[in-house]
Structures are given as C-alpha cells and as structure tokens.
Design a protein around this ligand. Structure first.
Ligand code: X2X
Length: 333
C-alpha cells in the first residue's frame, strides 16, 4: 500500500510521522462475521457499536464487520470464531446449539407467549445458564442477547392453517438438531440448509417452505419466492453475540469494558428495532404479495405433545435448564 511504501522509504519518514492519528493501524483489529444483510437492524446496530468503540478507544480497537455470509455460512463462521480466525460472531441460539446443546432451549416449540417472558428469561437465570455453558467451549457470550424474533412459516405451494397441513411439507430449517426434531414431530420433511442457500433453494423448489421472523423475510426478499405466510410464532429465536475466548481475555480490562458496554447497549436497542418492525412489516410484505393467515397454536402444540417432543427435549436439556425455562413460561410437559 501507499502507506507501507512511504514508511519504508527513508526520505519520507518525516512525512509519515506527521500523518494524522486516524491513519495509524489499530492496536486490536477484530473481525466480526454474521449471516444477515446489511440493512437488518443487527448490522445497523453493530456498526453503531463499532463506531462507538473506535471513538472511545481513540482508534486502539477497530471492529471490522463482515455481513451477509461474506465469510461463509454459519457452520464456517462458528469454526472461525472457535479457532480465533474471527473474534466475533452472532449465531442464532439454534445454530450455536450444534456446539452447546443447551443453547437451543429458548427455541422449544411454542414456549414463549411474548417478549416480556423472553427477556425475563434470557436476561435472567436461563440466559446465565446458557452463557455459562458457552464459556465451557472457549467462547465468551456477552450478557445481552440480540433479537432474531418469533419465527413464522412461509410456503410456496399452499397455506398452513393447522398442524395437519405440515404433513410431508418440504421445509428448510437452520443447521439445528432441535428444528429438525420439531418439524419431524409435526409431520413435515425438514432439511437443514445454511441461510445463504435459502433464497435459491426456494426459487429452484428444492424446498417448498422455510421459517424465519418477518424482518428476515423482508430483508432477504423471501417474498419474491414464497406465496403464503402463517404467523405461527412457533419458535422464539435470538442471536448470542460471542467472542473467541482467548482473544477476548487478552484485551486489557479498560478496553474490554468499552467493547462490552457498546455491544450490550447496541443489543438492547436492536431488540427495540425488531419489536417495532414486528408491528409494521406484515403490511409491507402483504403489499408485496405475501398472503397471511394466523393459525391457532393448539393443533401444533397437541401434535408436539402427543409425539413426545416435549418429554424428549426436557430429558436432553436436563431438569435444571428445563426448570429455568418453566419459571419464565409456565409448565410445558
Ligand atoms: O438461518 C436462519 O434461518 C436465521 C437467519 O434465522 C438464523 O440465523 C438461524
């Protein structure tokens, strides 16, 4: 680069010394990868946090954001944050559960009724339990989870009005054992695909359906390749903001505090953004041609109960985690 060649040319040394401070390389340059388009609130608020961090550390810490699967799919980024190739990643709870199984507990079907229950659990005992489990695999999870949202089902071939419409439905789910088990219990034929493959797999009819919160259906333009949307609210999903453990613990304490405060506070604002979008996005998607219906949860819940889904996952998550979830939402199984 120009700077490097100037720096190695002795005659230019005086000029380099006079360069403004902003041109100096950061002492800690930290990469952050995620799977969402740039205009999703997760990326908007993460950029705000990165700007705040640069300013508050006088440029000592730089956070470079790689959105929209630029670094590969979730499975790739999870490997990168484990090795330290990237410092930060925001996997959905569904996805980090491939590594930390208990992390999927917030995604148990039809567990949360509303956001009051969600944040009480995730900012309280249940979230602390999951963060502790994440720390055991060499990753640091920041206190405030970010919102993905309540997941809704979209289809290209027929509307979903009750659980019997799930029979044989070819639906894409994230790389998540819990999602696969839940959709099988509902009678569907689920396939795990990286988010980066969702649009094209719907377009080419490899699958007929997918499920995601409305803000994602909007920013990823899934309405272009889907016809119906059932607001089933079947899973509440959030993103853990995680860091490579050794890179994180190697940061000086004063810098750690600046970074953690910026990320946690951006996360709380991002929750408000999603809540606002949940209230307005449906109208926009309708104007783009998506046909909505709101199925009652009863038939889905009954099928999950009768197939033994709740009993099995209670056993997998363990009494302690299940008890923390039920503290927030009431008795499940
Ligand atoms: O892959 C998905 O469906 C997404 C974007 O919701 C997750 O990150 C789990």
């Amino acid at each position: 680069t120009l700077l490097q060649s100037l720096a190695t040319a002795p005659a230019a040394a005086g000029f380099v010394a006079a360069m403004p401070a902003v041109a100096r390389a950061a002492e800690f340059s930290l990469k952050y990868g995620n799977n969402l388009p740039l205009n999703h609130p997760l990326n908007v608020r993460a950029q705000e946090a990165a700007d705040r961090i640069a300013k508050a550390t006088n440029g000592r810490v730089e956070v470079q954001i790689f959105p929209n699967n630029q670094l590969g799919g979730d499975t790739d980024m999870l490997a990168q944050v484990r090795s330290g190739a990237i410092t930060f990643f925001t996997p959905s709870a569904l996805v980090i559960a491939t590594l930390v199984p208990v992390a999927a507990i917030n995604a148990v079907g039809f567990a949360f009724a509303d956001y009051d229950q969600v944040w009480k659990a995730m900012d309280g005992g249940l979230g602390a339990h999951v963060r502790q489990a994440i720390s055991k695999v060499g990753l640091h999870a920041f206190e405030k989870m970010w919102d993905n949202g309540f997941r809704q089902m979209t289809t290209g071939n027929k509307p979903i009005e009750s659980a019997k419409d799930m029979d044989g439905l070819k639906i894409r789910v994230p790389v998540s054992p819990l999602s696969i088990a839940m959709f099988k219990a509902l009678g569907a034929a689920p396939t795990s695909l990286q988010f980066s493959e969702v649009y094209s797999s719907l377009q080419t009819r490899i699958v007929d359906a997918q499920e995601n919160p409305l803000p994602i259906i909007q920013v990823a333009k899934l309405y272009e390749v889907q016809k119906y949307c059932a607001t089933s609210n079947h899973i509440w999903d959030g993103f853990w903001f995680i860091a490579h453990g050794r890179t994180w613990s190697g940061l000086p304490a004063d810098l750690q505090k600046i970074v953690a405060d910026a990320i946690n506070e951006a996360g709380v604002k991002q929750r408000e953004d999603i809540k606002g979008l949940n209230a307005t996005v449906q109208k926009d998607l309708e104007s783009k041609g998506l046909v909505f219906n709101q199925p009652a949860p009863d038939s889905f819940r009954a099928k999950l109960r009768d197939s033994g889904f709740y009993g099995e996952w209670k056993g997998r998550f363990g009494e302690e985690a299940w008890g923390l979830l039920e503290n927030a939402v009431g008795k499940l199984a």
